[in-house]
Design a binder for this molecule. Structure first.
Ligand code: FAD
Ligand code: FES
Length: 291
């Protein structure tokens, strides 16, 4: 179990890695893209829960992305990204063999993974990609894993086969009932917790509203709940203050203190407000990029 926090400067690799795209796959009706990127130094150091910040080109925005998988032998890392704005749209158009301008990482605190017993891993949408590396780490310590993954419809579910291979039980939900149980992951979790009384820990990663709802469900059961937050980040090293979140009444910077936190202590409403701050600029930026 990792208990000592590292300063980000001790983790960061700014290297001669080429950051070449080795493989690319469009998933979920082209709304999500999987990319395998050459980054041997990051692949060697990355641990579950950590992320990178990349730039497409010299003038590009700095975009945080979770390391979903790493292959130190091949020197590659895998990211899954949802196309939501200018940079992710540019990334979707990049081809195998092209290179990112720069990639910094691994950033953030690695998660404290331990052998604890039954753990429920709840993933919503692209959140499942963030959850995957963490799920692998719990599997490696031989925990009993229950996966609950969901999306709006069956074509938007990602990593079902891979999560199925890691988990002892896997529940799939879709909002429209086109695959698995009809409904939200939160409903499936609530039903599961009512009948299973030996759950020691819940992980929830997905939209902020979903992580807030999961934390509200697990609170009366008194089950520790971890979430991975995705506030706006710029430098990723604790200097700019953009990723400020309130956890347990204290100010935390998600890039250096997180991105994972105890879900019962997060001030979700403040975070939801802060995330919406740049919506107009983001819309403008997307419009310019597609003109
Ligand atoms: C630690 C962390 C890990 C993440 N991992 C993933 C991942 O694995 N896969 C994935 O699809 N997305 C991930 N994200 C979110 C991803 O960084 C944003 O979707 C991306 O920056 C959007 O950029 P854009 O230019 O395409 O969209 P924009 O039009 O710039 O923004 C669209 C939305 O993306 C979010 N966003 C924009 N800029 C940032 C930023 N600098 N930091 C954080 N959020 C931003 C905002 O909610 C915004 O409303 C992660 C975010 C964080 C903080
Ligand atoms: S991204 Fe700047 S302080 Fe966290």
């Amino acid at each position: 179990m990792n208990s000592k926090k590292e300063h980000p400067c001790q983790q960061v690799s700014i290297s001669e890695d080429s950051y070449t795209i080795i493989e690319k796959e469009q998933l979920a009706k082209r709304t999500i893209c999987k990319m395998i990127i050459e980054a041997p130094l990051i692949a060697r150091k990355a641990r579950a829960g950590q992320f990178i910040i990349l730039r497409v080109n010299e003038t590009g925005e700095r975009v945080p992305m979770t390391i979903t998988e790493k292959d130190p032998a091949k020197g590659t890392i895998t990211i899954y990204f949802q196309v939501v704005g200018k940079t992710t749209a540019l990334m979707r158009n990049m081809k195998v063999g092209e290179r990112f301008k720069d990639v910094v990482g691994p950033l953030g605190q690695p998660d404290e993974i331990e052998k604890i017993g039954k753990v429920v891993m709840v993933g919503g949408g692209t959140g499942t990609a963030v959850l995957y590396h963490i799920t692998q780490a719990y599997r490696a310590l031989d925990n009993y894993l229950v996966g609950i993954i969901g999306a709006r419809d069956k074509d938007l579910i990602i990593l079902q086969k891979e999560m199925g291979a890691l988990c002892d039980e896997l529940i799939v939900t879709t909002d429209d009932g086109s695959s698995g149980q009809k409904g939200l992951v939160t409903e499936a979790l609530n039903n599961y917790l009512k009948t299973s009384h030996d759950v020691r820990l819940v992980w929830a990663i997905g939209p902020l509203a979903m992580m807030k709802a999961v934390s509200a469900i697990t609170r009366p059961f008194q089950i520790k709940t971890m979430v991975s937050l995705n506030p706006i980040m710029v430098d990723g090293t604790g200097m700019c203050g953009c990723c400020r979140v309130t956890v347990g009444g204290k100010i935390r910077f998600a890039c250096v203190d997180g991105p994972s936190f105890n879900g019962h202590l997060v001030d979700y409403d403040e975070l939801l407000k802060r995330k919406g701050m740049y919506l107009n600029q983001e819309r403008e930026s997307l419009l310019f990029s597609v003109r």
